[in-house]
Design a protein around this ligand. Sequence first.
Ligand SMILES: Cc1cc2nc3c(=O)[nH]c(=O)nc-3n(C[C@H](O)[C@H](O)[C@H](O)COP(=O)(O)OP(=O)(O)OC[C@H]3O[C@@H](n4cnc5c(N)ncnc54)[C@H](O)[C@@H]3O)c2cc1C
Length: 405
Amino acid sequence: MATQHRDLRTGQPIWLKRPANNVQYSALSNDISVDVAIVGAGISGALIAESLTEAGFSVAVFDRRKPVTGSTPASTALLQFEIDTPLHHLARKIGLVNAERAWRRSKLAVDVLRERTRELGISCEMQNRNSLYLAGDVLDENGLRKEMDARRHAGFETRLLTRDELKARFDIDRAAALMCFDNIEANPRKLAHGYLRQAVARGASVYAPVEIVSVESNPRHVLAMTKEGLKVRCKHLVYATGYEMPDQVPKAGHQIISTWALATPPQKENLWPERCLIWEASDPYLYMRTTRDGRIIVGGEDEEFEDEAKRDAKLPAKTKAILRKLKKLFPNVKAEADFAWTGSFGASDTGLPSIGQIPGMDRCYAILGYGGNGITFSMVAAQLVRGLITKTGDTDADLFAFEKS
Ligand SMILES: Cc1cc2nc3c(=O)[nH]c(=O)nc-3n(C[C@H](O)[C@H](O)[C@H](O)COP(=O)(O)OP(=O)(O)OC[C@H]3O[C@@H](n4cnc5c(N)ncnc54)[C@H](O)[C@@H]3O)c2cc1C
């Protein structure tokens, strides 16, 4: 076994019910050789495949499920640069310089995701959105002021809205909120298929269902074996396996937790002004966005366990709890669930992922611990892995590198 096996999600994620222009894939029937093998055809594998084919590598992507049927279609896809860990808290954990580097890199990743998606002409319901970060039990109004100062110190445009401003502009009754600018919402399934299709147009192949069960590497090449005993010879291998972590990767500081989400019926007439992305400075936090057809997608209620049966059993109660919180924030919305789902979720002690070469495995790379900024960090991974493979490097490689165990 090369990676963990999980039941990644249960219930009905909204995106699987919508049409998407799916990527072509096929079974693998013989041994193959490529420059880069990517294990995992979710958003991470898609962004990495696009980036590496653009750099001129031959690429094959493998998935034991159909492409884009792992965690990616469960994502609520608020594509934010604001990392789950407030900047002034992250500074206490990893130092001010590194915390500011992480935040700036996250901002760049969101910008690149927007620009690249536009340049490639990928149609994925992408929309720029400002965000509101509401005072909660982690940061009250004073805490938000400190966070604003920290963000401004790092160069981020941030505004503090007082209770009165929040009420007048958004009809939200909270002590305060921070407003940030130019985040994104999207349809994550279309986004991932779009990037995979782009890689395929440049000659990449997507093989599914194909399970990679072992990987051996040496300073010159990598040999991966499929469950059926076929050989994949490559110069580099990238594990983009989401929350099914590779066996050989150090996992210190990373955990799998459980999360729940839902989508309401369309209700354009009831949505809050400007349709910002909304989240709370609370633990656990509630977060929400809107869709093109006027639904509210809302999620949260995270719990720190990974037992999938227990996670699934809680879906009805968690759905009710999320709807109750939504109604409390916006008394005029239709708080009903057309879609409700639950999934496993990778979190880390810092809120940052680990991305880089796997210690002790030449030419093999992995990505772990995406947290609430999963897709933003998938873009960081695509950039960073390309830098490592092309040997052009990446200015933030040390920030995300795996610690040797
Ligand atoms: C409910 C929920 C809400 C979320 N909301 C957000 C959000 O608002 N914003 C955000 O940025 N992120 C969010 N995330 C996180 C985000 O969805 C994930 O970080 C992202 O989808 C992970 O993508 P991935 O490609 O790495 O993993 P996946 O999509 O899971 O793809 C990995 C693939 O690897 C394959 N695989 C694993 N092992 C093997 C093997 N040995 N051989 C072959 N194939 C293998 C799996 O079959 C899988 O298809 C959310 C997640 C959940 C569950």
